[in-house]
Ligand binder design. Structure first.
Ligand SMILES: [Zn+2]
Length: 126
């Protein structure tokens, strides 16, 4: 996860070349592309943003409180019928958490059947 965090921080720095000139424009910097301070300010702002929003984005994309989390992969072998197709995997929903389990994908048909079985057991699937 530390690797993802570092990549995320680097991703945020990619927006520095956009942010610095915009800051420069709005504060009427002497240089069109911004001063050294504009660039340092933008880089620090993006570092702070990355440090905070990693956790916010992680919550948005993995929290079952915001709905069911699915994983979809192309050309996988269905764990149920063995067919090679687009594979679906229910990762997380209220009362169901397979984030730490070995991934098992199912073709659409088998996934629908599995979803129905889980619904009958009371698992909420959006
Ligand atoms: Zn299948």
């Amino acid at each position: 996860m530390i690797r993802r965090y570092l990549l995320y921080l680097i991703r945020w720095q990619l927006s520095t070349p956009i942010l610095a000139p915009v800051i420069a424009l709005f504060k009427h910097s002497p240089s069109l592309f911004g001063t050294r301070e504009d660039w340092i300010g933008a880089a620090i702002a993006n570092l702070i943003g990355g440090l905070i929003f990693f956790w916010v984005d992680r919550f948005i994309f993995t929290s079952e409180k915001l709905g069911t989390v699915w994983q979809v992969h192309e050309n996988v072998t269905c764990g149920e019928c063995g067919k090679t197709a687009r594979g679906y995997r229910l990762v997380k929903t209220e009362g169901y958490d397979k984030t730490k389990s070995a991934p098992q994908f199912r073709c659409e048909e088998c996934s629908l059947k599995k979803s129905e079985t889980l619904r009958k057991k009371g698992v909420r699937i959006d």
